[in-house]
Design a protein around this ligand. Structure first.
Ligand code: HEC
Ligand code: HEC
Ligand code: HEC
Ligand code: HEC
Length: 551
């Protein structure tokens, strides 16, 4: 295999080659039949019909398959729902449980992941300090779930592949990180990747899975990690298919790092699926968090159909593909499974769930290694001197804590004290399965005052005044206002909304957006659809009007 740089020209060439190679396909061609609806499934009579009751009405009308592939991808660091609101979707605990349920039904199950396991940014503008440790725990969790392979994608490359893979794959064989067209993988990442891997089922299916980086992602990944080079996909896939065939694989699956492409102008994953009917199932990058209700069916050059699958993002869903052997290949059925709370372990059993136990280790490690201390402190916009140069009392404001506001703003203080905001830190202290959340910066950032900003929350011992969501979580560091209460400029800065020269409804919209820095889609699932209207009255704290005050 030789090095190829993927310039625009090269992309065109590569795709052309894909098409040409397609005509000379290697090995036997699998006939993939896609069973559209439960009605088209095989009759559900006979001893083989499923008696097992699955939760969430999944697998309705399925008889026992020869294998179920559980396909996930693009997890982006989402390990477990934080519990901020209900119902949140996703998490590795539930994915583990799903696989256990399928096993309990006596169905052979083979989980596999497309890659993009780690996050590329921290929440709420925090630096990505927890990206690597969360990646390691995600890999540990996938090992417990029984993954046969995890693809390698752009998110992994963002950390530098050698850096990231030496954190887990250097010392752990399972699940293998799969990459077939990384040049000199053995030299640069010794022992840390495999070109493909396989698993056997009791029903005589040997599932093989490989991962290939398409031209678009190859470009992006080289930009992130200049030490990597990728080979051309057709050459690679011909080679891998040859190896898989020799290795007795009868159900080869392709993870394709690239976009789906359009039906009218097939490119990337679509073109690859069409050109390689030997892979009846091709998984590509998802556009949305939610996978489609049906897979994309791609007519192949061999006259059959292949299934092109997007597994969604952030682990909110997985896709299950059931396979039934036929004389010539397989029949397939597809189901998108939402990781709803139905798959959560019962409360009294959660502590025994291996993934919850891993999460317990994770938060204990955050505490032991003082992750709170790893985050630097940047300037809050109010602390940027340039922005305040017109003030009579210039200087950088500091955080002073909610108690310091009490003496002058008793009414606002009382309203705040009765609100959920005033005990947001205790919520983290009391969190269970896992505990120790007060040591997790990715929780602390929204449950305290000023974490990550100069003079803000550091930890409960050093900065006890800044526990909980306090006045300055919304108003910003306010020492200079408290010291100069009649300074109109500082009054404006601590209440920018009220001083915006726009109609009231636009001021309210600006306040709504400020709330959403914490009450975002992931953490407060009920905010969209009138959340602000419902919740603002619960925390609103207008100054009491003096008698005769018309304001
Ligand atoms: C982006 C900001 C944000 C982050 C990060 C965050 N939270 Fe929250 N959390 C919130 C908000 C907002 C609420 C209130 C939601 C509501 O009003 O329904 C909340 C509420 C909660 C509640 C429910 C409190 C109750 O009384 O019902 C728990 C438990 C919780 N969070 C735990 C966590 C944990 C654990 C983490 C870290 C894994 C975390 N939070 C990270 C914003 C955040
Ligand atoms: C020494 C008394 C004093 C302290 C301490 C104090 N304030 Fe004020 N604050 C005032 C006065 C006086 C005003 C102007 C009159 C008013 O709006 O109540 C004001 C106004 C405000 C306003 C409205 C500004 C406007 O123009 O709309 C906000 C917001 C505010 N304070 C927040 C805080 C916060 C947050 C703290 C604590 C970090 C705090 N204040 C501490 C005296 C104080
Ligand atoms: C710094 C992050 C942050 C900001 C900004 C924030 N909140 Fe919250 N909010 C939280 C957290 C965390 C909780 C959960 C408190 C707990 O632990 O119970 C919460 C809880 C609440 C609750 C109580 C839960 C409920 O559903 O009754 C209300 C109401 C609320 N917030 C309204 C607002 C409004 C309105 C705004 C904007 C004006 C806002 N919040 C801005 C973090 C924030
Ligand atoms: C969840 C965010 C949030 C928290 C927490 C919060 N405020 Fe406010 N506060 C606001 C917003 C938003 C406004 C502007 C309201 C408006 O324009 O109607 C405001 C307005 C004010 C005003 C001006 C009220 C008026 O009628 O002019 C004062 C004073 C004030 N806050 C003080 C405080 C103090 C003191 C605390 C803590 C005890 C506090 N706030 C906590 C968001 C918050």
């Amino acid at each position: 295999m030789h090095d190829q740089s993927y310039t625009g020209h090269r992309i065109a060439m590569t795709l052309l080659t894909v098409f040409l190679i397609a005509m000379s396909g290697v090995g036997g061609v699998y006939v993939a039949r896609w069973l559209r609806s439960p009605a088209e499934a095989r009759p559900e009579t006979g001893s083989e019909a499923t008696k097992f009751k699955f939760p969430s009405r999944i697998f309705e009308g399925w008889k026992k398959p020869d294998v179920v592939l559980v396909i996930s991808g693009q997890q982006y660091g989402y390990l477990l729902p934080c519990g901020c609101s209900d119902p949140q979707i996703g998490g590795l605990e539930r994915r583990y449980k799903l696989v256990q349920i399928i096993k309990a039904a006596g169905w052979p199950v083979v989980p596999m992941d497309l890659g993009d396991v780690p996050q590329t940014t921290g929440p709420v503008g925090l630096p990505n300090q927890q990206g690597v440790i969360k990646y390691v725990y995600a890999m540990k969790a996938m090992e417990k779930i029984g993954y046969i392979g995890v693809g390698l994608g752009r998110h992994e490359a963002g950390f530098g592949l050698l850096n990231l893979l030496s954190e887990y794959s250097l010392n752990n064989e399972k699940p293998p990180v799969l990459i077939s067209n990384l040049i000199d993988a053995d030299k640069n990442l010794p022992g840390m990747t495999k070109p493909w891997f396989y698993a056997d089922t009791t029903t005589g299916v040997r599932v093989g899975v490989t991962n290939v980086i398409g031209p678009r992602e190859a470009n992006e990944m080289r930009a992130l990690d200049p030490s990597v080079r990728f080979g051309v996909t057709p050459e690679t896939l011909d080679n891998i298919l040859g190896q898989m065939k020799k290795g007795g694989v009868n159900l080869p699956v392709l993870m394709y790092q690239g976009p789906l492409g359009e039906a009218a102008k097939p490119s990337e994953a679509r073109a690859c699926a069409a050109a390689y009917p030997q892979f009846p199932i091709v998984v590509c990058l998802s556009e949305h968090e939610e996978p489609d209700l049906r897979p994309t069916v791609v007519p192949t050059k061999a006259g059959g159909n292949s299934l092109l699958i997007q597994a969604g993002k952030k682990g909110k869903y997985v896709v299950a593909v059931g396979a039934w052997k036929t004389e010539t290949g397989f029949d397939f059925k597809y189901e998108r499974i939402e990781m709803t709370p139905d798959f959560k372990e019962a409360d009294d059993k959660r502590a025994d769930n291996p993934i919850v136990q891993l999460m317990e280790q994770y938060t204990a490690e955050l505490k032991a290694k003082d992750y709170l201390g790893k985050y630097g402190q940047r300037k809050h916009p109010l602390q940027v001197l340039d922005a305040v140069k017109n003030l009579r009392n210039p200087g950088e404001p500091q955080y002073i804590g909610s108690e310091a506001c009490k003496k002058c703003h008793e009414d606002a203080y009382d309203i705040w004290k009765k609100s959920g905001h005033s005990h947001a830190y205790d919520t983290l202290v009391n969190a269970k399965n896992p505990g120790n959340r007060q040591f997790d910066p990715e929780c602390i950032v929204c449950h305290t005052i000023g974490f990550g900003y100069q003079t803000g929350f550091v930890d409960a011992v050093k900065t006890p005044k800044f526990k909980d969501v306090g006045c300055e979580s919304c108003h910003g560091p306010a020492s200079l206002h408290a010291r100069n209460p009649n300074d109109v400029e500082w009054q404006k800065r601590v209440n920018p909304w009220r001083h915006m020269p726009v109609p009231r409804d636009q001021q309210l919209l600006a306040i709504d957006l400020m709330c959403q820095k914490c009450h975002d889609q992931e953490n407060d699932v009920h905010w969209t659809g009138g959340g602000f209207k419902r919740k603002w009255p619960k925390v609103e704290h207008p100054s009491p009007k003096a008698p005769g005050d018309e304001k």
